[in-house]
Design a protein around this ligand. Sequence first.
Ligand code: CS2
Ligand code: MN
Length: 357
Amino acid sequence: MRMVFRWFGEGNDLIPLEHVKQIPGVEGIVWALHDIPVGEEWPFDRIEEVKEQADLHGFNIDVVESVNIHEDIKLGLPSRDQYIENYKRTIEKLSQVGVKVICYNFMPVFDWTRTDLFKELEDGSTALFFENEKIKDIDPLELVKEISSNFTQTMPGWEPERLKYLTKLFELYQEVTEEDLWNNLQYFLEQIIPVAEENNIKMAIHPDDPPFSVFSLPRIIINKENIERFLKLVDHPANGLTLCSGSLGANLNNNVAEMVREFADRIHFAHIRNVKTYENGDFIETSHRSSDGSVDILSIMKAYHDIGFTGYARPDHGRHIWDEKCRPGYGLYDRGLGIMYLWGIWDSLERMKKEEV
Ligand code: CS2
Ligand code: MN
């Protein structure tokens, strides 16, 4: 398991790389050019700039999260071909600086969806929260306004330039069924996977978060059956997964440890975090510890250890603790604690394995 840490870039992330360096066992940053509008080709000098910053701290830049997919590709519009070409050029450039994994998602309109970014937990910390009833009644535009008024930094998937087109996008998606979305994903993969392969890059789709339809938009990367179908769309190792335990874990029927075993050789990137899910469909992000949430992180780590996982892993969202002022879900402290929990489990499993021999 190769531990990495998401970092939003110089001037865009409040956490200095010097501090990330002090978390034990982190070998690389998970990065993106967040200011490049979705669909555009990434400029090579900007990519090199990130490589230089990472080099200064001895971090690799092997994992990119995310090169986002333009909505025209998800919608299957004729203009998609140009965006797919741009995507291929970006893959080639990323390969030149040694990138190994590209994470992306295929969720219509929004990336993750929550109703509250700073919901208080019993211990006084705050975390991202999803209230099922609220989502049912609220107009998505209202929710976006309400949520955006709470923070000043751009959130992945909720970029201001996208939000302007929200009404139009919702209209366009009214015509798109789940089957259409599957077809559009296949069209994208058939063109992208050969280029990824030539460039020694693994593509790693992130599951939908939450793993069910919100605002009546189609969502497909939501459970084991659908992931099986996804992997067959282009049955090649370069067509793989970012297995996110927290996203999938928001549906109590999803058994993530089982998925780790089943999809073993197609998991290129592991997102590991916990979430407490309630019968009414609400969920809140908790500490990484198994007993704090509904996701059995211990069993998931055991599964990764059993399959001999050598891919990249990162703690996913954390709570906001110790009065840290941070990007929602992406503070230093709780993600640092998360990493130590994950290493604690991993090191114990390693030691036990050695002693058995
Ligand atoms: C989220 C997403 O759960 C997560 O990891 O932070 O923003 C995620 O990074 C994207 O969906 C991946 O494309
Ligand atoms: Mn994730």
